[in-house]
Ligand binder design. Structure first.
Ligand SMILES: NC(=O)c1ccc[n+]([C@@H]2O[C@H](COP(=O)([O-])OP(=O)(O)OC[C@H]3O[C@@H](n4cnc5c(N)ncnc54)[C@H](O)[C@@H]3O)[C@@H](O)[C@H]2O)c1
Length: 322
């Protein structure tokens, strides 16, 4: 049996970023088309040209509203939500009424924490599993890094530095998710506001600030004008090593503390540099959906992970603008 999938939104992440024969898996469509466990029923897009172009590209159907897709197929197992951020909440509520077996939503799940809490309530009442596309969460190299950090391979985390742009909610949400996931930290308290840039939207500024985690880690986040170039980097300083994540997560560098050539002093040396499989993230995320549906595997990047990120983001913004 194949699970039948409908993708809502036929833009870049749904269909545009890659092609049927590319090595990378950068769209929902590419991953579902290549997995034997799924059948791609089509795309829904209010922009007819977008819907038709995507349907032609991936050999499937185009719909211009959700109702016409439902009319044709009666029951749909899985919905992917890949529309602009502002429409996530209303579409999440709409598809929940159809009681699908699974919903895979783009990040940020909703615009506000209170909306996400409503979604959590509706989805748990209806027992609909929900996954949010924080793509680094699915990558084996990051899962192993989490294992190493939590097993003390680098010692105690002292300081964290992050660089990002294009919106604290829109883009830094990826960075928060990775920080919390890798370290197990659960909160951040603002200690000092630095500055703000409008390089994405007036309703989602790129803030820079210092904060403290609940276990005393210094969390330093600096935005950089996204109109110059995109940046997404994380740098963890531990008591016995350092980890750098660069190129938006394509590279992980691990450094370990060692005796230096100067008697009695220590140094940190690069022990491993890894090219991650970030550009195949959709292969891993949809395999997790398949494993969840067929054998109950835990959903990676579920609604609670998103609620943690949104709660901290809103708290930091409130502390900055109060
Ligand atoms: N996880 C990631 O790394 C990642 C990367 C890129 C984008 N995203 C997210 O994916 C979402 C889509 O981004 P994109 O870059 O593909 O945008 P896009 O503008 O390229 O595509 C969005 C499409 O949705 C359509 N649309 C708008 N309202 C609709 C509605 N009510 N019903 C059906 N279709 C509708 C638009 O016509 C458009 O074709 C955003 O939420 C974005 O934040 C996530």
């Amino acid at each position: 049996m194949k699970y039948r999938v409908l993708i809502i939104g036929a833009g870049n992440i749904a269909s545009g970023y890659d092609d049927v024969d590319s090595d990378m898996f950068l769209t929902h469509a590419h991953a579902f088309k290549c997995h034997d466990g799924f059948e791609l029923l089509g795309f829904v897009d209010i922009d007819k040209k977008k819907a038709n172009t995507a349907a032609k590209k991936w050999g499937t159907n185009a719909f211009f509203n959700l109702e016409s897709a439902i009319q044709k197929f009666q029951y749909i197992d899985i919905f992917c939500i890949a529309v602009p951020d502002v429409f996530h909440f209303e579409i999440l509520l709409k598809v929940a009424e159809l009681k699908p077996k699974f919903v895979f939503a783009e990040k940020p799940l909703t615009q506000t924490l209170s909306e996400s809490l409503i979604i959590k309530n509706v989805y748990s009442l209806n027992k609909i599993p929900l996954m949010v596309n924080f793509k680094r969460a699915f990558i084996p190299e990051f899962k192993f890094l989490e294992y190493e950090i939590k097993n003390n391979s680098f010692g105690k985390l002292r300081d964290f530095y992050g660089f990002y742009n294009r919106g604290l909610k829109h883009n830094a949400s990826h960075l928060f998710d990775l920080f919390f996931r890798l370290t197990g930290e659960k909160d951040l308290i603002l200690t000092q506001f630095i500055d703000q840039i409008n390089d994405y939207s007036l309703s989602d500024l790129s803030y820079s600030f210092l904060a403290k985690s609940n276990s005393g880690v210094n969390f330093n986040l600096k935005s950089f004008n996204g109109n110059e170039y995109p940046i997404f980097e994380l740098d963890f300083h531990f008591s016995a090593g350092r980890i750098r994540v660069t190129n938006a997560g394509e590279i992980i560098e691990k450094y370990k503390k060692q005796p230096s050539s100067f008697n009695g002093l220590s140094t940190i040396k690069l022990s491993e540099s890894i090219v991650t499989s970030l550009n195949k993230s959709f292969i891993y995320s949809i395999q997790n959906i398949y494993n969840h549906l067929t054998s109950g595997e835990k959903v990676v990047s579920d609604i609670d992970d998103t609620i943690l990120v949104m709660g901290v983001t809103e708290k930091i913004i409130k502390s900055i603008i109060k």
